[in-house]
Design a protein around this ligand. Structure first.
Ligand SMILES: Cc1cc2nc3c(=O)[nH]c(=O)nc-3n(C[C@H](O)[C@H](O)[C@H](O)COP(=O)(O)OP(=O)(O)OC[C@H]3O[C@@H](n4cnc5c(N)ncnc54)[C@H](O)[C@@H]3O)c2cc1C
Length: 367
């Protein structure tokens, strides 16, 4: 597709994934006449991935939940209630399809092409370079990590890679009320198991490293066979991917070039989770936009939490076995709700002490 001349818009979304669709929905009633989404992949063609998350308050994802858990365990430790949280699992395709359907009546144009640059022109408009030519816009909401300013910015960074399989067991073996959040698979990866019935579950692996890892369902199958010998499993769906971890650029090409989603810095660097934060931040950005207030270009964790994430990423950069050892040590030592609150950056300093005590031997161990 080639664009004839540079088209002008009020708002351009560079990348039309989760963050863009949620913000578009928040702004739905207030969108200016000319809004465009630049994304090479139409929503119905996006691959299915499962998103797990926890929250105390209801979220807009809850209605799509294919599983919900109020009990969870770390392997080898008895199950615990995770109140006040509920863990849930949703399918990305359900969330994105619904969000896209709500926009059908909105004045939104979709350009199925890749963007490569955003720059500020002398007349105050932004120019978005795409494979089909340039477009111009007054506002740019940007969620594409590779488009400058790239995400993560220079400094400590890592990648969490994972493979997930949806399995059906030949006989009832799973406890559908209890999620297993952490169980080491080997020195570098751990599994988490989200059972949706006595015979069905989603089993995922995760590994923190310096480079993305290849999809490999084999360790997950071996894990199932070891935990539930002779149950017999069939695989219904396989998914895999990697999430870049690090910190968001602090500056963009101008005050109306606003980073959103993972590129905004909303994925917790030491966990890889972000969908609840992305939803919350969409509401916040829409609120600022409606009030005509400036929109901060990116998001920054408060100082102390940022330092902890820096430490975690440095550890992952030095030796990919260390993040797993750290998680193993801390998740077994403190109640699960405290680990979840830690990832949510919602623990008072006195409750952090137990986590530090558990983590220090791993942090200072010689490689
Ligand atoms: C396998 C996997 C499992 C995950 N599991 C969880 C989980 O359990 N819980 C959780 O909280 N998070 C999870 N995540 C992370 C979660 O998916 C992301 O945090 C979230 O999707 C980020 O939203 P976003 O809008 O920033 O990016 P995305 O949703 O990735 O959207 C970016 C968009 O940009 C488009 N794009 C790419 N290149 C270009 C280009 N050059 N020009 C224009 N558009 C472009 C893409 O097509 C995409 O639509 C997982 C991610 C993966 C990959």
């Amino acid at each position: 597709m080639a664009l004839m001349g540079a088209r002008a818009y009020d708002v351009a979304f560079v990348g039309g994934g989760l963050a863009a669709l949620l913000l578009l929905n928040e702004l739905r009633g207030d969108l200016p006449e000319r809004t465009v989404v630049v994304d090479p992949h139409p929503v119905p063609e996006r691959p299915l991935i499962h998103w797990s998350y926890w929250s105390r308050e209801p979220t807009l994802f809850d209605r799509f939940a294919v599983g919900a858990w109020r009990w969870a365990r770390v392997s080898g430790v008895p199950p615990e209630p995770v109140a006040p949280f509920t863990l849930r699992l949703v399918r990305s395709t359900d969330v994105l399809a619904h969000a896209a359907s709500l926009l059908e009546e909105a004045p939104v144009e979709w350009l199925h092409t890749a963007a490569c640059s955003v720059s500020c022109r002398d007349d105050g408009l932004y120019e978005v370079g795409t494979d089909a030519g340039a477009i111009r816009a007054r506002w740019v909401f940007d969620s594409v990590p590779e488009v400058p300013p790239v995400f993560p910015q220079r400094g400590p960074q890592a990648v969490v890679s994972g493979t997930g399989i949806r399995v059906v067991a030949g006989r009832p073996v799973f406890e559908p009320e209890v999620a297993t959040l952490f169980d080491p698979l080997d020195e570098r990866s751990f599994a988490y198991l989200l059972p949706t019935s006595p015979t069905e579950a989603l089993l995922e692996s995760a590994r923190f490293d310096t480079e993305p890892q290849e999809e490999d369902p084999e360790p997950l199958l071996r894990y199932l066979e070891a935990c539930y010998p002779e149950a017999g499993f069939s695989i219904g769906h396989v998914e895999s991917g990697s999430i870049p971890l690090g910190f968001a650029p602090r500056r963009t090409s101008g005050p109306r070039h606003v980073l959103i989603g993972a590129k905004r810095g909303l994925v917790k660097p030491s966990a890889g989770y972000g969908v609840v934060r992305i939803a919350r931040e969409s509401k916040y950005l829409a609120h600022l936009w409606r009030r005509g207030q400036p929109l901060p270009p990116s998001w920054r964790a408060p100082g102390n939490w940022r330092l902890l994430d820096v430490g975690f990423l440095r550890l992952a950069g030095r030796d990919s076995r260390r993040p797993l050892a750290l998680l193993d040590q801390t998740m077994r030592s403190v109640p699960l709700t405290r680990s979840l609150r830690f990832i949510d950056e919602d623990l008072p300093p006195r409750e952090l002490a137990a986590i530090f005590r558990a983590a220090l031997p791993t942090v200072f161990r010689r490689p």
